[in-house]
Design a binder for this molecule. Structure first.
Ligand code: UDP
Length: 469
């Protein structure tokens, strides 16, 4: 652990895309850098920075993380102000680079020059800005190596879309298991859906050949061969970004990510969970972005009620009107519905017995690292591929089947919950989880694969700083 008063080895800007699932791993990575003597400045948007009421995040074991904003073009109301997602993404692409360049100049004028930009793969323009200033450019992929490898193959024309139109019925990339179409990312198997997102995910590889370092949010054992392929293609770097308290505990105060866009109901959830027996609660969350239909809500609500288990269900306020009438007051006994939770605390609580999740990559990584059995209910984007890995590669849970209308029926949900909590597979899943939990801890602990890798990265940054100064 570094002395907070020692001069920093380098100063990096860390630029996540503006979603909780992107901010969490990149902020967590910044904290690990801080513990190794690197100064990190996390970039938010002007809109987010106004709601935060702070300009630093304390790390307790190194320089605090500074927060600095750039403009996405919607400074008053952020994303909500945009007339569509496509308009928001366009505005970010136009305004982001200009504003980032201004910030880099300003920091230099303030006597706090930057050595490197670590940018979210969704924001490839940041690499162009970094290179304009002669800075080190580092891409951080928030999705799995398999998912990135598939997108890379599509972007380079090595997988042609639509799949069926080119005679393919499955998707294969080096090192990864063969995927049925519905197990591939939704933008690939449902070609033409969300064209503006399709541009974003392929854009990740538009200038990747100029990148200096690649960081992936996994640890080596999770995707050995898929990761090795990424290394062959682009360079090196990997690590999981779950807070230290839940893994190696070397950063003892590091218990949460530290920047929530929605307010969690932490006390209510903890008190409620603490009153429940061990392994009795089904935790349900579909993350920060998924939107479900009313019919899907109805099926999930009935399935949970019929399961005869306690359940804690995160339904964001913007989605709550779709719940069946009277469901929230009705569930005040065995069930609790909240607008947002401190997910890590919920997963770490011994009352939690399984996690019904949309298979967002962070949620899966958290379940794997904290040892909670998964019922995967993938919705879109990379979630189907993550669900495949949950069930068939990592063995930490099962996936639901949807009917012909794409809906998960209540009976299916009940059966999957039963399977992971008390069914034939439950013991096997528990064994896999204890193996993964141990591997995740070893990877980040002193001398582990991720720890060594971060040391290499820190040494590289320090060397680059010396070369320039
Ligand atoms: N999360 C949380 N509280 C909630 C739901 C989610 O803190 O009530 C966190 C969760 O721990 C994870 C992130 O939000 O780190 C969601 O990321 P993920 O990749 O799972 O899904 P996304 O929101 O990107 O779809």
């Amino acid at each position: 652990m570094e002395d907070p008063k020692k001069p920093e080895k380098a100063h990096v800007l860390v630029l996540p895309f503006t979603g909780q699932g992107h901010i969490n791993p990149m902020l967590q990575f910044s904290k690990r850098l801080s513990s190794k003597g690197i100064k990190s400045t996390l970039i938010t948007t002007i809109y987010i920075s106004k709601s935060l009421k702070t300009t630093t995040i304390a790390t307790h074991y190194g320089p605090p993380i500074q927060l600095r904003p750039i403009s996405d073009g919607y400074d008053d109301d952020g994303y909500h102000q945009a007339e569509s997602t496509a308009a928001y993404l366009d505005s970010l692409r136009t305004n982001g680079p200009v504003s980032l360049a201004q910030l880099i100049k300003k920091l230099s004028e303030e006597g706090d020059p930057v050595n490197a930009v670590i940018y979210d793969g969704f924001l490839p323009w940041a690499l162009d800005v970094a290179k304009q200033f002669g800075l080190v450019g580092v891409v951080f992929f928030t999705q799995s190596c398999t998912v990135n490898s598939i997108y890379y193959h599509v972007q380079r024309g090595l997988i042609q879309l639509p799949l069926m139109g080119h005679g393919s019925t499955t998707v294969s990339v080096p090192g990864a298991p063969e995927l049925q179409p519905w197990e591939a990312p939704s933008f690939v198997h449902n070609y033409g859906s969300y064209p503006f997102w399709f541009d974003v995910i392929l854009g990740q590889f538009s200038n990747i050949d100029q990148v200096d370092w690649v960081l992936c949010n996994i640890f080596y054992d999770m995707e050995k061969e898929e990761f090795s392929y990424i290394i062959v293609l682009f360079g090196h770097g990997f690590r999981p970004t779950v807070p230290s308290y839940y893994l190696d505990k070397r950063l003892e105060h590091d218990k949460d990510y530290g920047l929530q866009l929605l307010n969690p109901n932490t006390t209510l959830c903890n008190n409620w969970l603490d009153s429940k027996p061990k392994d009795s609660v089904i935790y349900v969350s579909f993350g920060s972005a998924a939107e479900l239909t009313e019919e899907q809500f109805k099926e999930l609500a009935q399935g949970l009620k019929n399961s005869q288990h306690n359940f804690l269900w995160v339904v964001r306020e913007s989605e709550q009107a779709k719940l069946p009438n009277g469901f929230i007051p009705e569930t005040s006994g065995p069930g609790l519905v909240v607008g947002w939770a401190s997910q890590l605390e919920v997963l770490a609580n011994e009352a939690t017995g399984c996690f019904v999740t949309h298979c967002g990559f962070n949620s899966v990584l958290e379940a794997l690292s904290l040892g909670v059995p998964v019922v995967g209910v993938p919705q879109w984007t990379d979630q189907g591929t993550n669900g495949k890995f949950v069930e068939d590669v990592w063995g930490i849970g099962v996936r639901v089947k949807v009917d012909d209308d794409g809906i998960v029926r209540k009976k299916e949900l009940q059966e999957c919950i039963k399977e992971v909590m008390e069914g034939e597979k439950s013991e096997e899943i528990k064994r896999s989880l204890s193996k993964w939990k141990k591997l995740a801890k070893e990877a980040v602990d002193e001398g582990g694969s991720s720890d060594k890798n971060i040391d290499e990265f820190v040494a590289y940054l320090a060397e680059m700083q010396n070369v320039r100064s």
